[in-house]
Design a protein around this ligand. Structure first.
Ligand SMILES: Nc1ncnc2c1ncn2[C@@H]1O[C@H](COP(=O)(O)OP(=O)(O)OP(=O)(O)O)[C@@H](O)[C@H]1O
Ligand SMILES: [Mg+2]
Length: 283
């Protein structure tokens, strides 16, 4: 396997928290991902772009333990890891916010934040009878929201009564609360209004400043250009390019996504070679 983007001096400020090595995923005869290698750096946003069916969600599913690779490896803090399910990924500090968010809309913000991790009161009968410590959970919920600068009108409100942007914010706050190392976001702004999109982008920026490595799947290239530190382009399952944000334009990205760039280069895909990125060939 070729050296990765870590060979770029600018990447050495922080060691990668998660490394993807030669990932291939086959569904029968469909090759959803082919030999993808990249790494995630603490405090950086990696945008993952590509046309419909390019393999973005498949990659997130593997990183979040919801799919197993056909070939290849994941390394967490340099150690090879096999995720047998989402719990393994979660234990490794990886949280995912899916497009459908998976919030329980009939529960309030606090209950959603603590879903499956409820705090019971410390008294003996409380522990036996599993009395929930609502006060403590509320305090921690408010602290978690404050930490990521999220304002919801009332944490006792059912999530079904929150706006789309507020729900998205609660889902991200929950992910950040339980898993601080890696945050995977699949199209977090797709269904939102302009102001809500702005809130989510601000939130991603803030989460990055806390040292979390963020993967942002998005079809909205202006957002990608605004927020990403690096951009990975998937095309038909292959890593067509991995580049610093400063090294590309939206026009160039469109070319890489559609494959027109590759054709201009002689009809083949740009090699999924991080050295290209490391040497700034995409600039
Ligand atoms: N469970 C599955 N079984 C069979 N094929 C699958 C499965 N999941 C994904 N695929 C195929 O793998 C390829 C990549 O799909 P994926 O969902 O990763 O694309 P994507 O980049 O997320 O696209 P979109 O932008 O439309 O969300 C597609 O050809 C898809 O049909
Ligand atoms: Mg997808």
């Amino acid at each position: 396997m070729a050296e990765t983007a870590t060979s770029d001096p600018t990447r050495h400020d922080s060691a990668p928290v998660l490394e993807v090595r030669g990932l291939t995923k086959r569904y029968g005869s469909v090759v959803a991902l082919h030999d993808v290698t990249l790494d995630l750096i603490p405090g950086q946003v990696l945008a993952l772009v590509g046309d419909n069916g390019a393999g973005k969600s498949t990659l997130l599913k593997i990183l979040s333990g919801n799919a197993t690779p056909s070939e290849g490896q994941l390394l967490v803090n340099g150690e090879p890891r096999l995720f047998r399910g989402p719990t393994d990924a979660s234990a490794a500090g990886i949280a995912t916010v899916y497009q459908d968010l998976a919030l329980a809309l009939d529960l309030d913000v606090t209950s959603n934040l603590f879903l499956g991790r409820e705090i019971v009161t410390s008294s003996l009968p409380g522990r036996w009878l599993k009395w929930l410590d609502r006060g403590e959970m509320r305090r921690q919920t408010q602290a978690a929201l404050d930490r990521v600068h999220i304002h919801v009108p009332d944490i006792n409100r059912e999530c079904g009564n929150l706006s789309g942007g507020q729900r998205q914010a609660v889902a991200i706050a929950r992910a950040v609360t339980w898993c601080e190392r890696v945050l995977l976001l699949d199209e977090p702004t797709a269904a939102l209004g302009v102001e809500q999109q702005r809130e989510v982008l601000n939130l991603i920026d803030h989460v990055r400043s806390l040292g979390t490595a963020v993967v942002l799947v998005s079809h909205q290239l202006p957002h990608v250009m605004e927020i990403a530190d690096r951009i990975a382009v998937l095309r038909r399952g292959r890593l067509a390019a991995l580049t610093d944000r400063e090294a590309v334009t939206v026009e160039r990205l469109v070319g890489l996504i559609t494959g027109l760039e590759g054709e201009a280069d002689g009809g083949t895909d740009l090699p999924a070679s991080p050295e290209r990125e490391a040497h700034g060939d995409l600039g």
